[in-house]
Design a protein. Sequence first.
Length: 279
Amino acid sequence: MAELQTTTNEMTMAELHKTLGINDKSQSGSATRLPELKISSQRKDKEGNDIRKFEGQFYLKNYEHEVYAKTVKVRVLSQLFQWIDYDPDENRVRNKTLLIPFFSHEARDMQGGIRCGKPTSREMKDWSPEQKSKYSTITLFRQLRCLVSYTGVTASGEEIVVENVPSIILNKNSSYMNFENEVVKKLGGRNYSDVWVDLVSQEQLNGTVTYYTWHYSPDIKNPVALDDKTMETMVHFASLVKSENQRVDSSYESSLKSRVIDDDALEALEDDLDADLRD
């Protein structure tokens, strides 16, 4: 097992844990797109198949097949946080922050700001709905990079086994705290990467709107060892995270430089105007 102490990229286990946001007792608190584990809520898939019978079931988006199942197993290898400002009218991401493992880290964003400009929950606590609506497009995501395994069926009824597929989960809003409450706290300081977790969805109703929340059940009694294949996946995840953060930081620095240039230009213009007035 000595080879597991370092990676082929000369990244130590401690560095891996820091990059991926895995439990660190010293803390208090992509170029390649990963398949995203989602809950189905659509009437039809991208091929036009009727998939209403799979509503509330899990499937992998951007995987070779859309395979549906009521329950799946995940082994979470990374937990990171990111604010994203999404423009619903133009259907695009306007801004996003670094992927951070702890909230003590500065969440720099691509436009030269922090947290995409969104105030903290404490700051917004006593705000009116109108004041809060200004930031409604900015969402905090709990991103879980994981291995996914399950047996499910396609829209045509073909049974397919999905095994140890590197994937990502994006939890927000009503599902944002569930991994923390249902897994992290139950493990009592142990690494969540050491257990498989059963995942189910639960139907919720808000007026006439139906939505689904994510719920996690860790298999605490049967911890799993860190083998070479899992280590390779962790290294791959870490590489994607570093690349993403490098792109965000590069944009952050460019935005700050642009602001300085704009400020200098404005100051020069004001000086010229002052000179004209004196003349």
